[in-house]
Design a protein around this ligand. Sequence first.
Ligand code: C2E
Ligand code: MG
Ligand code: MG
Ligand code: MG
Length: 285
Amino acid sequence: HAKNCGKNNAKLYSSSLTMQIMSHVKLEVGLRKALKNEELYLLYQPQIDVRSAEIVGVEALVRWRHPERGIISPNEFIPLAEETGLIVPIGEWVLRTACSQAKAWQRQTKRLVRMAVNLSAKQFKDENLTQIVISALHDTGLDPKLLELELTEGTLMDDARATMATLEQLRAIGVYLSIDDFGTGYSSMNYLKRFDVRALKIDKSFICGLPQDSENAAITRAIIAMAHGLKMAVVAEGVETDEQLVLLEEFGCDMVQGFYLGHPSPHDSITLMLQKVCTIAAPAK
Ligand code: C2E
Ligand code: MG
Ligand code: MG
Ligand code: MG
């Protein structure tokens, strides 16, 4: 009897595994066509300077409008894109689209907003990365200072020598480097002084329990103090409430990003926000 049970379980397991593999393969086939079929698009989430309350940057966040399944989150398809190598052409499209949008806002609103783009480990390791960045900046005319590349701790820890070389090339281009999801990865404090990183983005898992969670408050405060000691700026991610914003301001956090300040939005909503802030801010100056 016990054996039968085992068999049945194995069968059940294998058929659900088959289904999993099949849907994975289907998604992969779809993802290969997504770029060409223009099913990918970007949303932009504002980053607000705590002191001036102005939008100083936006983060580009990719979405996939799947013809049958509807909108698929990057948490689902970016890992697949990484596995298959599709992240390289997709990442290049994201970079070009984001740079060109940043330049368009500059023209339309006369405001300088930094455009933050996420880079996955596989993109960072691609030997053509710096060339892709240079040509995206060149073709769009965007000032390198206004392009922020978000790396993760894992990406930087991978292979010291190759990492150093790539970071040096990116530094030479003049782009703004930041560390995303800071505090969640496997990291050594050593790389913070060796690499020319301009900002740390505190992961939203530390922010979400604030202000009540005293441990996360201590961690957040310590990250801010460390970053400032190293002349780096700090962005808090996942700010959802006014109480969180008040505490982060008290801690001296430089920039905030989160649903409380603005959801990831289509480009034209950001254009309106940039124009609004401009007209409201103008008389005060
Ligand atoms: P991330 O880079 O850490 O981006 C922040 C994520 O937090 C976004 O999720 C954003 O929508 C979400 N978020 C923003 N504010 C709040 C908030 O107040 N509360 C909560 N709970 N969440 C908030 P999203 O857009 O689903 O992206 C997920 C991840 O996918 C990103 O995390 C990033 O690692 C990756 N990703 C997105 N776009 C790209 C891309 O173009 N290239 C690469 N390589 N990765 C991307
Ligand atoms: Mg990010
Ligand atoms: Mg990221
Ligand atoms: Mg993050």
